[in-house]
Ligand binder design. Structure first.
Ligand code: PMP
Length: 402
């Protein structure tokens, strides 16, 4: 018998399962509302024109080569990325209280952050929102955290934020708990705290001496405005917290498979940065040794060049604008059809996803009868909607609800 014979089948990862069901369907009107990636109005992936342009420049640049990057990555990238999140004039940058490291996209940044917090700072409790992006739990437990906790977030009755529940749970958190916060466009609910609510959250994090970790996966992609989408992170930084933020460039640059990410740490005292970076160096060295360069070079060139930066900002406006249009369109159609329930949450929510309030049975019904594929939680990717399929989807949802 094989030494591997006792290995148990691991549970499937739902989103990939649903994507396969979509791929296998031969129905001519099939719709994929599951995948977490941008699609054009033709339901196609989009390479941003500014990315194509820089890629052509990189390909023609004979001074570039495929030597290893440093363990902590391309500095021109990570510094520009941190400035984009904090704001270029943030005092933490001028005072040398910020350090940034290139990592393997948002996921890889969270993993290095979790390992750093667990192994080096010896933190062992982490909190995520109910619900959250499906990977938070796995990343933190695989990094060694054993005390897994949740704070209330989604209120099914109001289809909005359970703010009192969230605050109460954070007030009961033990000191040094790591609190994962979505900096904007919460995945999967699309529900973000208001600015006043963020201030209250910051108060509790301060009072209870919790450690804030911002997961920034959608800056610019949510509202179309980089500063607006960074508001919560900047509030915490201005209030003087020591904190971590992980940045993904998958969505806002459409660089999903290039694994472009940044891990940014703000501290109170610049003298801790050198030893801290030396420990992160060992964590990276022992896991993947050094990051890939292609995507980081693209983002670095764009963020460090005024004209290219302007072109990119137009691209994020196009993506976020299309999503906002689809939100309006879906709400309007459901209201016109008289679909039972309220649908204003579709436009109140922000970012790529909407938590529709559809049940697991209704999701299954949509897949079986209409070949419309979404997660069993009722989460839909707004980019899966197009002017060509939005009527079909609205009518199908109406049928599923009625
Ligand atoms: N955090 C959140 C909330 C996300 O939605 C995602 C992407 N689905 C990520 C992090 C990380 O994505 P990536 O590893 O592609 O940057």
């Amino acid at each position: 018998t094989s030494r591997f014979a006792d290995i148990q089948q691991a549970p499937p990862i739902e989103v990939f399962h649903v994507m396969k069901a979509f791929a296998d369907s031969t129905h001519e009107k099939k719709v994929n509302l599951s995948v977490g990636a941008y699609r054009t109005d033709e339901a196609k992936p989009w390479v941003l024109p500014v990315v194509r342009k820089v890629e052509a420049e990189l390909a023609a640049d004979m001074t570039l080569n495929h030597e290893y990057l440093p363990i902590l990555g391309l500095e021109s990238f990570s510094t520009a990325a941190a400035k984009m999140l904090l704001g270029a004039s943030h005092p933490a940058i001028a005072e040398g209280r910020m350090t940034a490291v290139q990592v393997l996209s948002g996921t890889g940044g969270l993993r290095i952050a979790a390992e750093f917090l667990h192994r080096i700072l010896k933190y062992n409790t982490f909190y995520f929102s109910t619900p959250t992006w499906g990977n938070h739990r796995l990343i933190f437990t695989q990094a060694g955290f054993t005390d897994v906790r949740q704070y209330r977030y989604w209120d099914g009755k109001t289809k909005g934020l359970d703010f009192d529940g969230m605050i109460e749970d954070l007030q009961n958190a033990p000191e040094n708990s790591v609190v994962i916060l979505h900096s904007c466009a919460h995945n999967p609910t699309g529900v973000d705290p208001t600015q006043d609510q963020w201030k209250k959250i910051a108060d509790v994090v301060e009072e209870r001496k919790l450690f804030p970790l911002f997961d920034s996966a959608y800056q610019g992609f949510a509202s179309g405005d980089l500063d607006k989408d960074a508001w919560a992170v900047r509030l915490f930084a201005e209030r003087g917290f020591e904190m971590i933020a992980t940045q993904s460039f998958s969505k806002n640059f459409g660089l999903y498979n290039e694994r472009v990410g940044n891990l940014m740490i703000v501290v109170k005292d610049p003298s801790v940065i050198v030893p801290m970076r030396s420990q992160i160096t060992l964590l990276v060295r022992g896991s993947y040794s050094n990051p890939p360069s292609h995507g980081a070079r693209i983002v670095s060139r764009v963020l460090n060049d005024e004209a290219l930066f302007g072109e990119w900002k137009e691209c994020i406006k196009i993506m976020s604008g299309r999503i906002i249009e689809m939100r309006k369109g879906l709400q309007e159609r459901l209201e016109k059809l008289g679909t039972p329930g309220t649908w204003n949450h579709i436009t109140a929510q922000i970012g790529m996803f909407s938590f529709t309030g559809l049940s697991a049975e209704q999701s299954k019904y949509l897949a079986e009868k209409y070949h419309i594929y979404l997660l069993s939680s009722g989460r839909i990717n707004m980019c899966g909607l197009t002017t060509g399929n939005i009527d079909y989807v609205a009518e199908a949802i109406n049928d599923a609800v009625c």
